[in-house]
Design a protein around this ligand. Structure first.
Ligand code: RAM
Length: 371
């Protein structure tokens, strides 16, 4: 199951680990102090090196390009980035295609490059299709921050991942196991675009989890279908899954658009209690289906914070306080408090552990997240 530790708890745990590192002090061996002959007093003019003049870069135009503009998930991330722009300066615009198709993002990247944006913040619908346009933007001096779904390594400066990829894959399987009676039966995945880096990585992580842990030996993944983050296509795909697999127990949809469509289809076909839905959804979008029994458990991260973090990273890159190298450290002041981050391998930084929602806590998250 997903790690539910709060940031505060993580910080406390970290402090404990660090404190535990100091070993018991050995009794020092005291050697008689050597006789020191006073050194001649040399008075020389102190060498004063002029302190480097650090001119903060004025934060100008930053462009956010989501997978698609009419997806509520990305509207929430944009709101988070707007809040960061208010706190940290700069002007932020969001542009992008209305379909979740990678190639349709390219003209938006090229326009931001021609217009000399200071940074581009992008969620890739196709890791390789947009990489050349992003590489050209980088060559033109524009900082590139990936968020949500990564473009190819090398085509961004930093990728802000919402949560640990392997952890999400395991969490999805765990939730399917909770919903399938006795953790047994057929499960299917309703994904977003077939090329989406994030969804594909999570599905791969699900497959490794299913194959490597005997606990899940009775769960059988029978199909993976793609709804393209389009409500109509996702609905058709969910309906097709139910007719093709009459014994299906669980639909796992790791997309906020697909999970709602799947829950609606289960409800409309009177399959509540027979087929269950889980995956990644927004508390507001899923609250009725949690209470209605179609989707008893699902997960997500704080999408507002994801947008805030992506913008803060863009500002730090523009200012030169981070370069995007492994080991670079920075602090972000969210409204809920400050969090320290370190950039990892391949320029990836992770927002934090996701949240798991069920009937007990869903109302609280609808209120606190507001999405
Ligand atoms: C959808 C998008 C996005 C994904 C979320 C969970 O809105 O596909 O990329 O991260 O769902």
């Amino acid at each position: 199951m997903f790690n539910r530790i709060s940031r505060m708890a993580a910080a406390v745990a970290l402090v404990a680990v660090v404190a535990g590192c100091s070993s018991a002090a050995a009794t020092p061996v005291v050697t008689a102090a050597p006789v020191v002959t006073a050194a001649p007093v040399v008075t020389a003019a102190p060498v004063v090196t002029a302190a480097p003049v650090v001119t903060p870069v004025a934060i100008g135009n930053i462009v956010m390009i989501p997978k698609q503009v009419n997806n509520p998930y990305f509207d929430v991330a944009f709101k988070g980035a707007q809040a960061a722009a208010k706190d940290l300066g700069g002007s932020l615009t969001q542009v992008g295609p209305s379909n979740a198709v990678g190639t349709e993002q390219i003209p938006f990247i090229q326009t931001a490059t021609t217009q000399k944006a200071q940074a581009i913040i992008v969620s890739a619908d196709d890791a390789t299709a947009i990489a050349p346009a992003l590489t050209a933007a980088k060559a033109a001096g524009i900082k590139v921050v990936g968020y949500d779904s990564s473009s190819a390594v090398g085509s961004y400066d930093v990728f802000v991942n919402q949560a640990d990829t392997a952890g999400i894959g395991k969490g999805l399987v765990d939730m399917a196991c909770t919903e399938a009676p006795n953790c047994t039966g057929e499960i299917a995945v309703l994904s977003a675009a077939q090329t989406a880096t994030n969804q594909n990585a999570w599905i791969d992580a699900m497959k490794s989890t299913l194959a490597s842990d005997a606990k899940y030996k009775n769960l059988k993944l029978v199909a993976t279908v793609y709804g393209n983050d389009d409500p109509a296509v996702s609905t058709t795909q969910a309906q097709a899954l139910l007719s093709a697999h009459p014994n299906l127990q669980v639909i796992v949809s790791p997309t906020t658009v697909g999970i709602v469509a799947a829950a609606q289809v289960v409800k409309a076909q009177n399959k509540t209690g027979k087929v269950f839905v889980t995956g990644l959804g927004t508390p507001k979008g899923m609250v009725d289906y949690v209470k209605g029994g179609q989707a008893p458990v699902f997960a997500l991260w704080n999408v507002t914070d994801l947008g805030y973090l992506a913008y803060a990273v863009a500002v730090d890159l523009v200012n030169g306080t981070i370069k995007g190298a492994e080991g670079d450290k920075f602090t972000v002041k969210f409204s809920s408090g400050s969090v320290d981050y370190t950039i990892g391998k391949d320029g990836v930084v992770v927002l934090g552990p996701p949240f798991v929602f069920d009937a007990k806590n869903i109302d609280q998250y609808v209120a606190s997240f507001g999405f």
